[in-house]
Structure formats: C-alpha cells, structure tokens
Design a protein around this ligand. Structure first.
Ligand SMILES: *[C@@H]1O[C@H](CO)[C@@H](O)[C@H](O)[C@H]1NC(C)=O
Ligand SMILES: *[C@@H]1O[C@H](CO)[C@@H](O)[C@H](O)[C@H]1NC(C)=O
Ligand SMILES: *[C@@H]1O[C@H](CO)[C@@H](O)[C@H](O)[C@H]1NC(C)=O
Ligand SMILES: *[C@@H]1O[C@H](CO)[C@@H](O)[C@H](O)[C@H]1NC(C)=O
Ligand SMILES: *[C@@H]1O[C@H](CO)[C@@H](O)[C@H](O)[C@H]1NC(C)=O
Length: 617
C-alpha cells in the first residue's frame, strides 16, 4: 500500500511540472501510463472520499486535496459517466474511443488536466469539451484525428498546453485557436499540414513554444508568426521549406531556439534573422544551402549555437559570421568547403567549438583561424590537406583538442603545431604520415594524448617526442615500426599508456619498457616479436602479447613464472563492450601467448606448457 502511494505521488509530481511554463524541458507529451488495477481502500488521512468511477483508480493528493482519476488503457469505448465531479486530472489515454460526442465531459467543471492520447480518436464533436472552463492541459496526441471543428476549443478558454502531435491533420481552421491567450505550449508536430492559416496563431499572445516539426509545410506566410511576442522556441524541423524569406521571423524578439533542420532550404534571404535579439540556437542542418550571403546572420547578437551541417556549402566569405560575437559552437560539417581563406571566422571571439569535419578541405592559410581567441576544439576530420600550412593554428592559445584524423596528411612539420602550449589532445590517426620532422611536437608541453594510429611511420627518432613531458597516452598502432629506441621515449616521463600493436616490431628492449616510470598499459599485439621480456616493471598492469612469434625456450621461463604468478597483468582474455553496430554486445579479446618455436611446443600457449619443458633451464 505504501509503495503504491509513493508511486502515485511520484507520478503526480511529474504532472505538476506541466503547470510551470518556465521549466525548460516541460513538454507534457510523454505522460507515464499507469496500469494499476487496485483502488486505494481508504484515504490516507482517513477522510471519506467520493466513490470512484467504475474500473478507474482515484487518488486524492495529500496536500492539495485534488482528485486525480486514472482510467488509462481500460478498453473504454465511451467516457465513463460516473467520474467524480471534483476531478482535477483525468487520465483516459490508451482507450478505444474513435469519436467523442458533444458535452462528453460537461459536468467536470473543475477539470484542469485531461489526457486522451493514443485513444484511436478519429473525430471530435465541435462541442465535446463544452463546460471545461478550467481545463489547462489537454493531450490529444497519437490519435488519428484528420480534422478538428473550428469551434472545438471555444469551451476551453483557459487552455495552457495543447498537444495535437502525431495525428493526421491536413488543415487547420482559421479560428481554431481563437481567444486562447493563456496558451504557452502548442504542439502540432508530425501531422500532414501543408499550409497554415495565415492569421491562425494571432491570438496566442502568451505562446512560448510552438512545434510544427514533421509536417509538409512548404511556405511560411509573412503574417504567420506575428503576434507571438512571447515565443521562445519554434520547431520547424522536417518540413518542405525551400526558402526562408526576410519577413517571416521579424516579430519574434524573445525567440531563443529556432529549428529549421531537415527541410529543403536552398536560400536564406539576407537579413532573414534581423530583430531576433534573443536567439541562442539556430539549426539549419540537413538542408540544401550552397551559399551563405554575408548578411545572412546579421543581427544575431545572442546566438550561441549555429548548426549548418549536411548542406552543400562550397565556400565561406570573409565576414559571414561577423555579428556572432557570442557564438560558442559552429558546425559546418558535411559540406563541400574546399578552401578556407583568411578572415572567414572573423568576429567569433567566443567560439569554443569549430566543427569542419568531412568537407574535404584542401586549403587553409595562416590567418584562417585568427581571432578565435576562445577556441577549445577544432574538428578537421576528413579534410584532405597534403601538408598542413605552417603555423595555421597560431594564436589559438585556448585550443585543447585538434582533430586531424583522416586528413590525407603525409608529414608533420616542425612548424605545424607551434605555440600550442595548452593543447591536450591531438588526433592524427588514419593519415599517411611517414615523416615526423624533428621536434614537431616540441612546444606541446601540455599534450596528454597523441593519436598516431594507422599511419605509415617506419621509425621514430630520438628527437620526435621532445617536449612531450606531460604525455599520458601514446597510440602508435597500425604503423610500420620495426623498433622503438629507448631514447625516443625518454622525454615521456609521464606516459602511462603505450599502444604499439599492429606494427613490425622485431624486438623490444628491456630498456624501452623500463625507461617509462609510469607505464601501466603496454600493447604489443600483432608484431613479429620473438623474445618475451625477461621481467616487467611493477607499474605495469596490462600487457598484451598475442599475434607474435614467441620463442618459448629457456629464455621464456622467467616470464612464464611471472604470468603464472600474476595472471591479471597478462590476462588470457578480456570481455569488452563492443563498438560499432551493436554497441552493447560483449566481445572477447584474446591475449594468447602462442609459441612459434621451438617445434616441440609450436602452437601451444606459453601458459599451458608443462613445467617439464623447462626442467633443464
Ligand atoms: C483490453 O483488450 C485487450 C484485447 O482484447 C485485452 O488483452 C486486455 O486485457 C484488455 N484490457 C483490459 C484492461 O480489459
Ligand atoms: C550528414 O550526412 C552524412 C553523410 O550523408 C551522414 O553520415 C551524417 O550522419 C549526417 N550528419 C548529420 C548530423 O545529419
Ligand atoms: C594513403 O596513400 C595511399 C597511396 O599512396 C592511398 O591509396 C590512400 O588512400 C591514402 N590514405 C589516406 C588515409 O590518405
Ligand atoms: C631490465 O631493466 C631493469 C631496470 O633497469 C632491471 O632491473 C632488470 O634487471 C632488467 N632486466 C633484464 C632481464 O635485463
Ligand atoms: C586464443 O585462445 C583461445 C582459447 O583460449 C582460442 O579459442 C582462440 O582461437 C585463440 N586465438 C588465437 C588467435 O590463437
């Protein structure tokens, strides 16, 4: 009984959220479904309650004394006639109504919350909500409603939130929302609307959030959003818009978030967003933009996030973003920008994340990123720089991550990363780097992670890693290294993770392992190593050795004794969460120490060779 009450109090707590329009994520479309059959036998405080509707559960709130009636998923085909008159919240979702007649709730004049979602509704009588003077929250989403009588909300003048999403509305009567000046949330998403009545929203003076996503809107009339002076969030994602004209968003001074992704927008008129003083978030991704006019973003002085990914933008003009002095995140990924000239990012003094992934960028210049004084992350993955311009990142003193993987690089020159003393992570994997010039990384004193996997490095010189005194992770997997001289690792006194798998290493010297005082993880898988280490440092807690040509003679005995003592350091296998398609499947990673010689133990795992094999050692 106590648990039951707690559960209900908890769910009531979530419905109370609905009343607060200031609460950011308050979108009341996903109400929890209750499927409790039992009725509370007694009021908690001993009061006598009105009889509950047959087949429903009634709960009176301990504090507010409001009555909530739960009739979800009861297979009702009609609204029960015995619902207590004092009911404040009524849950009728998941029933089988098809249509509702006039005055279906007439006597429930105290009702504030009514949930009719997922109830197979196709049509509503124009007077169905007659008498619901107090109704504030109405859920009609996930039905099959094709049209609504123009007068249907005349009986509910105090509506604050209305969810009509996921129906089949193809048109809306001009007067449908007339007089609903208390409404703050209107969700019309995922219907089949191709046109909206031009003055249909004009009475919604209090509206804060309007969802029109997932419809077929191809055109927005100039008057459509006028009067929505309180609107904070407008979602037009996934429509058929082709052009954004300059007069549509003119009178939306409080709008903070505008979603225009997944349309077919080819053109955004110059000055289209002028006057949107409060806009913080603008999403134009997955459209067909090929050109940005240099006045496109004029006036967006509060913009924090601008998403332009998955368009066909071919180049950027200097000054395009000059008004966006508070922009923190700019995403231009998956476009067709080949070259970045100087001053293209001018004015973006607060930018923290610049995403230019997958543009096949070939050209950038020394001044390209100038002025990005707060830039922390730059993503250039999928570019095609053959060589990186010298000092291209110069002056970016706050930069802490550079993503240059899959970027056709063939060498790293001594000037590429000059001056980046605060850089922490440098991603250079999946290039064709065969040359690391002497002291290429010398100024990267703060670098913690260097990823050079899958390149064409054949050797590392003793000067390569100069300066990397804080490096923690060094990933060299998938190169052509034959050896790694201890001197090359000498600067890396902080290194704890070294991945040398999938190289051509023939030997690994005792000194190479011991020169790194903090080494915890060493991966030597898939090389051509023969001799097992004679001893390994105490710091090491994982060593990977499979896929080599181990010689299991007397020289291997000390090592064998070691792993039989400390099997956790050289685990036979480890279960890991897989990456890729099925992210939650466990994959087994083996760490076999398969002997290649002598012949008598060929193919056996060192751990499984009996001690008689080492008897004469
Ligand atoms: C509703 O009808 C379905 C199908 O006939 C049935 O499985 C389910 O138990 C019924 N639910 C209630 C609450 O009667
Ligand atoms: C952009 O398009 C690419 C390739 O078509 C796709 O893989 C990627 O998921 C898309 N990204 C976004 C953010 O839509
Ligand atoms: C590396 O170079 C080879 C041939 O020179 C080319 O086929 C391959 O695509 C290049 N790989 C990358 C990641 O640039
Ligand atoms: C490897 O080097 C360490 C530290 O210099 C030393 O203690 C250990 O005996 C060496 N092991 C072999 C087999 O040379
Ligand atoms: C590693 O050993 C396991 C058994 O422990 C075996 O199933 C697996 O085939 C071996 N893998 C290789 C590459 O030898």
């Amino acid at each position: 009984m106590n648990h039951f009450l707690l559960l209900l109090l908890y769910t009531l707590g979530t419905s109370a959220v609905l009343a607060d329009p200031n609460k950011e994520e308050a979108r009341p479309s996903e109400q929890p479904r209750l499927s409790v059959d039992s009725k509370p036998s007694e009021e908690p405080n001993g009061q006598k309650s009105e009889p509950c509707s047959k087949g429903c559960s009634c709960i009176q709130d301990d504090y507010s004394l409001e009555l909530n009636v739960y009739c979800s998923t009861r297979n009702f085909t009609q609204v029960p006639s015995d619902i207590p008159l004092s009911t404040r919240s009524l849950w009728l979702d998941g029933n089988l109504f098809t249509n509702l007649p006039a005055a279906a709730f007439e006597k429930l004049s105290n009702l504030e919350f009514l949930n009719l979602q997922s109830s197979l509704l196709v049509s509503l009588d124009g007077h169905v909500f007659r008498g619901l003077n107090s109704l504030a929250h109405l859920h009609l989403e996930r039905n099959n409603i094709r049209s609504l009588p123009g007068i249907v909300f005349q009986g509910t003048p105090n509506l604050a939130s209305l969810s009509l999403n996921n129906n089949q509305l193809s048109r809306i009567d001009d007067k449908l929302f007339a007089g609903l000046s208390h409404m703050w949330l209107l969700n019309l998403g995922w219907n089949s609307l191709s046109v909206l009545p031009e003055t249909g929203f004009q009475d919604l003076h209090g509206l804060r959030e309007l969802v029109l996503a997932g419809n077929r809107l191809a055109y927005l009339q100039p008057q459509l959003f006028q009067g929505l002076s309180e609107l904070k969030e407008l979602d037009l994602t996934g429509n058929y818009l082709k052009v954004i004209k300059a007069n549509v968003f003119l009178k939306l001074p409080k709008l903070q978030k505008l979603y225009l992704a997944q349309n077919q927008i080819v053109t955004v008129a110059p000055r289209a967003f002028v006057g949107m003083k409060s806009l913080r978030w603008l999403d134009l991704s997955k459209n067909r933009l090929s050109v940005l006019h240099d006045e496109t973003f004029l006036g967006l002085h509060s913009l924090h996030v601008l998403r332009l990914s998955n368009n066909s933008i071919g180049s950027l003009r200097p000054g395009t973003f000059r008004d966006l002095q508070y922009l923190e995140e700019l995403c231009l990924c998956h476009n067709q920008i080949r070259a970045l000239g100087v001053r293209v990012f001018e004015g973006l003094g607060h930018l923290e994340v610049l995403n230019l992934e997958n543009n096949r960028l070939q050209e950038a210049r020394m001044g390209t990123f100038m002025g990005l004084n707060h830039l922390a992350v730059i993503k250039l993955t999928g570019s095609c720089f053959h060589s990186l311009p010298d000092q291209v990142f110069k002056g970016l003193s706050k930069l802490h991550s550079i993503h240059l993987d899959r970027s056709c690089l063939t060498k790293v020159s001594a000037q590429s990363f000059g001056g980046l003393t605060g850089l922490r992570r440098l991603f250079l994997q999946h290039n064709n780097i065969s040359v690391l010039e002497r002291q290429s990384f010398v100024e990267l004193q703060g670098l913690q992670q260097l990823d050079l996997r899958f390149n064409r490095l054949t050797s590392i010189s003793s000067h390569t890693f100069y300066g990397l005194k804080n490096l923690d992770y060094l990933l060299l997997s998938g190169n052509l290294l034959r050896n790694l001289p201890a001197e090359a690792l000498l600067p890396l006194q902080h290194l704890s993770w070294l991945d040398l798998s999938e190289n051509r290493m023939e030997f690994i010297l005792n000194a190479t392992i011991y020169i790194l005082p903090r080494l915890r993880y060493l991966n030597l898988k898939d090389n051509v190593l023969i001799n097992l280490p004679a001893s390994i440092p105490d710091t090491l807690d994982q060593l990977w050795l499979s896929g080599n040509n181990w010689k299991c003679d007397c020289s291997a005995k000390p090592f064998r004794d070691f792993i039989l003592q400390k099997p956790q350091v050289v685990p036979l296998q480890v279960e890991m969460l897989g990456e890729g398609e099925e992210p939650h499947t466990l994959v087994t990673i083996y760490n076999n120490i398969t002997c290649a010689s002598p012949l008598s133990v060929f193919g056996l795992d060192l751990r499984n060779i009996g001690s008689e094999h080492f008897r004469d050692c």
